[in-house]
Design a protein around this ligand. Structure first.
Ligand code: URA
Ligand code: SF4
Length: 200
């Protein structure tokens, strides 16, 4: 597995990328997942949101953030005043990673090797969309975009330069769902999204 680079299309536009990514075998994750879940949203989006990897529902439906984490994300975006037509949503890793427990598919964090293997897709999306603000949702996206030293817990809600954009890191919406005090976790998540909404 040499990574996604050799699967990139000659022509760099979002439709070509999406079609090419559907056939990616850049790491082992394609083998057990249902399909590649590529990013979605207008090419002119001012905001790019980057999650970890598709979950169970995303893998079945083929769209990012359509499951429980997506509902928290949608609520946060709306309350932060970020319009859907201003948002391109994607993930650091484009295939669902899981282990089977009986019939249940249990989400597994992607490995550093898988994050690196998938990076050419994210990089190409960034090149094409050229967002003004990148919202980094959790540690996996932070690892992919800001390096392995970056700590979301230290820097969340603080804009940091990333290429021509400003990145604002926050917790992953799934972490909000799992938090012992969900209201408090959501309030922190929303506060970070509001920073992102107002940064430019
Ligand atoms: N979690 C993610 O990180 N991405 C999705 O698309 C869905 C859940
Ligand atoms: Fe390719 Fe990324 Fe899927 Fe691995 S996770 S096969 S690199 S699209």
């Amino acid at each position: 597995n040499k990574g996604a680079a050799e699967f990139l299309p000659d022509q760099l536009d979002l439709d070509s990328l999406r079609r090419a990514a559907a056939g990616c075998q850049g790491c082992g994750l394609y083998a057990n997942a249902t399909q590649t879940v590529f990013g979605e949203g207008p090419q002119r989006a001012r905001f790019m949101l980057v999650g970890e990897e598709p979950g169970d529902q995303e893998d079945r439906q083929g769209h990012p953030f359509v499951g429980p984490a997506g509902r928290i994300l949608d609520k946060g975006l709306e309350e932060a005043g970020i319009e859907r037509e201003d948002v391109y949503v994607t993930n650091a890793v484009k295939h669902f990673s899981f282990v089977l427990r009986g019939k249940r598919r249990i989400h597994q964090k992607p490995t550093a090797g898988e994050i690196d293997a998938c990076h050419p897709w994210l990089d190409a999306e960034l090149t094409l969309v050229r967002p003004e603000v990148i919202v980094v949702l959790g540690a996996t996206a932070a690892r992919a975009l800001l390096g392995r030293e970056f700590r979301v817990t230290h820097y969340r809600g603080e804009p940091v330069p990333l290429g021509d954009a400003l990145a604002v890191a926050t917790v992953h919406p799934s972490a909000v769902l799992r938090a012992p005090d969900r209201d408090q976790a959501y309030a922190g998540f929303l506060a970070d999204l509001k920073v992102a909404a107002q940064v430019v």
